[in-house]
Design a protein around this ligand. Structure first.
Ligand code: HEM
Length: 226
């Protein structure tokens, strides 16, 4: 049986307008981050290519979002990566990190501008010092969807991201994307890793900014109607 309520329409009425105060384990990700020490292992015709890269990730709080009774607090992110010695973008990615306080569900959505999207899921507690999200091709809930060419040539079977929060406030990730490269018998482990250091604090979410301007309280429902 699904762990969902009968009433799928009623939205929660206890929504806090302050997203940063309700991000659980994602709170430590909020802000703007940089690193010049990333490492990428990607598939090339002659075999695996190892590249060093610099990375900038911006993770900004969004207003709380509800699917009926399901309430999320989250961050919108943009990752921009340059390979060392190159001006053209090496990797670009946008999406959301979402946290459902009621269940501990953590979601990361990924959009990669070569025709690929995914929703990866995991569970965590607010005090956790690491978290893992994963997605699998073929799943309709937490799956991976790619262009016909990628399906033909570089089929992405799974994605797993492990984030570790370090004692000095930085955080590290290891991302494993398993690719079936056309004509190769074994899957290829496309691995990326980096440690990010904060360069700026996050902005307040839009509703909180509005409230600060107006000096008055607005609930999620009243903001939609208004
Ligand atoms: C830090 C993150 C990442 C970096 C720096 C990166 C970089 C790269 C590079 C340089 C290639 C080779 C492209 C080429 O040969 O033209 C590649 C291939 C690929 N990557 Fe990533 N990638 C990252 C994350 C991901 C993620 C998260 C996914 C999917 C969930 C993904 C999916 C793919 C696929 C399917 C290919 C093969 C297709 C192709 O070569 O165009 N990558 N990646």
């Amino acid at each position: 049986m699904e762990p969902f309520p009968e009433d799928i329409f009623t939205e929660p009425d206890n929504v806090d307008p302050d997203t940063l105060a309700n991000l659980g384990p994602l709170r430590r990700l909020a802000g703007v981050w940089e690193s010049a020490k990333g490492v990428d292992l990607n598939p090339k015709a002659d075999g695996p290519e190892r590249r060093e890269f610099s990375e900038r990730i911006e993770l900004q709080p969004i207003d709380a979002q509800a699917n009926g009774p399901q309430l999320f607090y989250g961050l919108r992110y943009h990752t921009h990566i340059l390979a060392s010695g190159e001006d053209a973008t090496f990797h670009d990615q946008i999406g959301y990190w979402l946290w459902e306080p009621a269940t501990g569900l953590v979601l990361q959505t990924l959009t990669i501008p070569r025709g690929q999207v995914a929703i990866a899921s995991g569970h965590a507690k607010p005090e956790d010092m690491s978290l893992v999200v994963s997605a699998e091709r073929g799943q309709t809930e937490y799956g991976i969807c790619s262009t016909a060419f990628l399906e033909y040539a570089f089929r992405t079977d799974s994605y797993r991201l492990e984030v570790t929060f370090n004692a000095d406030g930085s955080w590290s990730y290891v991302s494993d994307t398993m690719l079936m490269v056309r004509g190769r018998p074994e899957p290829f482990r496309h691995r990326d890793q980096n440690t990010l250091v904060k360069i700026a604090d996050p902005n307040p979410n839009p509703l909180l900014q509005l409230r600060a301007k107006a000096g008055q309280g607005l609930g999620i429902g009243s903001l939609r109607k208004g």
